[in-house]
Ligand binder design. Sequence first.
Ligand SMILES: Cc1cc2nc3c(=O)[nH]c(=O)nc-3n(C[C@H](O)[C@H](O)[C@H](O)COP(=O)(O)O)c2cc1C
Length: 357
Amino acid sequence: MRNSLTEQLGIRYPIIQAPMAGGVTTSELVAAVSNAGGLGMIGAGYMTPQQTREQIRELKQLTVKSFGINLFVPNDFHHCEKEVKTAQALLKPFYKELGLEEKVFSLPTKEKTVATFKEQLQLIIEEQVPICSFTFGLPTVEQIKELKKNKITLIGTATTIEEAERNEAAGMDMVVMQGTEAGGHRGTFSHEAKDGYIGLMSLIPQAVDSVNIPVIAAGGIMDGRGVSAALCLGAYAVQMGTAFLTCVESGANQVHKEAILQASADDVVLTRAFSGKWARGIDNRFIAEMKGNEEQLPGFPIQNTLTKALRGAASSQGIPDFMSLWSGQSPMLAKMQTVHELIETICNETKIKLNIS
Ligand SMILES: Cc1cc2nc3c(=O)[nH]c(=O)nc-3n(C[C@H](O)[C@H](O)[C@H](O)COP(=O)(O)O)c2cc1C
């Protein structure tokens, strides 16, 4: 299963654990993946620069193997008072039901998110993290140049062929093709969200024909059947989120893990009610009750900030109704197991399917 991508990333198997911002990718999870021969990835999208540095340093204590980190590329965003007030009014009954004072965190600004991103890039260079991936867009030409000068392998995210080409043109070394099946936020950055809902079976071969950089397949892959299918279609590796989320070492809330383990494929829906950006997760009361209004909510990261206290309280009280239960479209294939068991099983299944020893 080795190829030029596994060679470049310094890994044994073409299996990448998806970076999952928001507490899922604990150092234990990331290190376990890297130690088992895959690529562990820190999801640093919501972290402060200090938290980012701390986790990198913690990880260096837990593995000598290669690992990577993922950042959210800051997008342009604006909000108007009226829009925020409307969203707050819609959220009020949920806050009330949980007995919460509506805690308003100070709203993020473009300047602040850009400054945080720059600091994160700088410390990634200082800490010599060998691999850095991005979602929601592309870093600037200067930022890419600086990272490459420091020999960091760069991985972009695309949900359309045009986005894959833009990743290649910008100098990304590899590109994750995120199929519509994928759990969590859509990485779409150059289209309307709905234009980025292409299935992985269509996305992989067309991307492989369109770009010269290695393609990594993401979305709904949970076992050796998915991995071998992706490799047959021309992908060099897979990136799996949901399959690692239910692992013992993941930091996902137990209620989130249980919800995935009990879900059917048709329980998984797209929503922008939690964050203002379209994302895939398990349907619940919050999504259902916000449905008629989700188009008018403020964009990411404003809406994400407005729901933060609600999601936090629901998580700590173990109430799935108001939690963002991100999941890909294959929850019925999820298992509660260790990372070692997951990777070993997948590799054995893939070898049998592809008839390799
Ligand atoms: C809980 C969760 C959080 C995620 N967070 C991120 C993230 O921070 N950065 C990123 O590039 N992708 C993120 N993703 C998307 C994954 O990179 C990947 O596209 C997706 O997990 C693939 O689909 P699957 O979950 O069916 O394997 C997240 C996915 C999940 C399930």
